[in-house]
Design a protein around this ligand. Sequence first.
Ligand SMILES: Cc1cc2nc3c(=O)[nH]c(=O)nc-3n(C[C@H](O)[C@H](O)[C@H](O)COP(=O)(O)OP(=O)(O)OC[C@H]3O[C@@H](n4cnc5c(N)ncnc54)[C@H](O)[C@@H]3O)c2cc1C
Length: 430
Amino acid sequence: MDTTYDVAVVGGGIAGLTAAIYAAKAGQRTIVLEQQQRLGGRAVTNEKEGVYFNLGAHALFKGEAYETFKELGVRLEGSQPDVNAYGIWKKELCLMPMSLSSLVQSPLLSWKGKMEFGKWFAKLGTADTSKWNRISVRDWVEHELSDPMLRNLFYSLLRTASYAMAPELQTAGPVLKQLQRSLKGVFYVDRGWGSIVEQLRGIALSHGVECAVGWKASSVEQENGRVRSVTNAEGTRIPAANIIITAPPAAACKLIADSEQTALHRWAKQAVPVTAACLDVGLRSLPKPDHNFIYGLDQPVFLTDQSRSGKPRSAVMSEDGTHSVSLLKYQGPQPDAKRDELDLEAVLDLAQPGWRELTAARQYLPKMTVVHDFPHMNRTELPGPAVPEIQGLYVAGDWVSHGELLVDASAASAKRAVQHLVQGKQAVIA
Ligand SMILES: Cc1cc2nc3c(=O)[nH]c(=O)nc-3n(C[C@H](O)[C@H](O)[C@H](O)COP(=O)(O)OP(=O)(O)OC[C@H]3O[C@@H](n4cnc5c(N)ncnc54)[C@H](O)[C@@H]3O)c2cc1C
């Protein structure tokens, strides 16, 4: 290819597709380069025996990505499940205090703990969480909450809202904001997040974006401090005036010669990835229909039936009503794939006894990177959107967060990159 593009986007996940659409809408000739044979990155959905499995449990919070998808014209069909839940405590399932009636009934808290919980939930609903942007989750919990069980509950809720299991490191403000959002209800998407990807792809194509799949970028070339082109392992070179990299931080560094001299290298060094073991099962029926949302309180696990009923109906996660149940184990630095699988099966034994006989389909992903970074106390600067040392080079993705979490960071950073790029161009023209 010898056409010069205004924008080449490396990576065709949510960040890459979002960036490409905004760039094309701003009149930029844009191409997306994706190494896999299909677009979507970690937001793809696999169909097995008629059951839709995301790559692990995926809930859309009503944050930046939700708003971006709506702004781009994505039709979000699905369901907002209710918040009723159980917690695993000492190998038993206990009703979680997620509403007024369950707060009264829950055996987990003393009356004093219940009063404190009720007070905090009311307060959190309207709190400006940015005032906790400079303290860790550990400091917030230990300073603000006095009841020991309440602290356990909050650690579990905050872990589930962010997937991160690092209370000393994690900044409290962003995850409390995410919890605030989750209390208003999350969204399970019909037929999984692959349906969002498919729509983004269609919108991108309709705006003239070109997409090359099976195209793995191996280097980004520069000339006089400006990007010139991106090249793959076969030596195919794509000239581009601007390049937005949405690959993981370490992979992004490898694309750039002398990346150690750039801010990109610092951002990559400070990035702390979050991983999880994910077990998804398609169950023809649920032996215990109520046990469809479970937090681990004394173990780092989580279960959700992504097809459980909600407003105004259940999310469609299979064509014949089979339930798509997702379990997740939050991992530390040295995960053990077999141990994690057994632990997740034990959660299913507890929640849905007899599940093995009811299993129609199964997917086990021993170590998924949920996010490549999150807002934490060791970050000395916000990454992106531009790599200041190299003109025309931008980054986006879930690690390029300015306080957003998970896919909200992917969408928000993609928008920031294009805004910066377009404004920069206008400044040059002026
Ligand atoms: C188990 C699990 C559960 C999750 N749950 C939630 C949830 O409940 N809520 C939520 O908001 N988020 C959730 N997430 C996170 C969400 O899926 C991701 O944040 C989001 O999909 C990331 O999109 P991205 O475009 O930033 O990155 P990716 O999806 O990773 O896209 C990057 C793309 O770049 C491509 N690429 C990399 N290197 C190159 C190269 N050299 N050349 C060409 N292409 C390249 C990759 O193949 C990939 O397609 C979850 C993730 C996981 C794994």
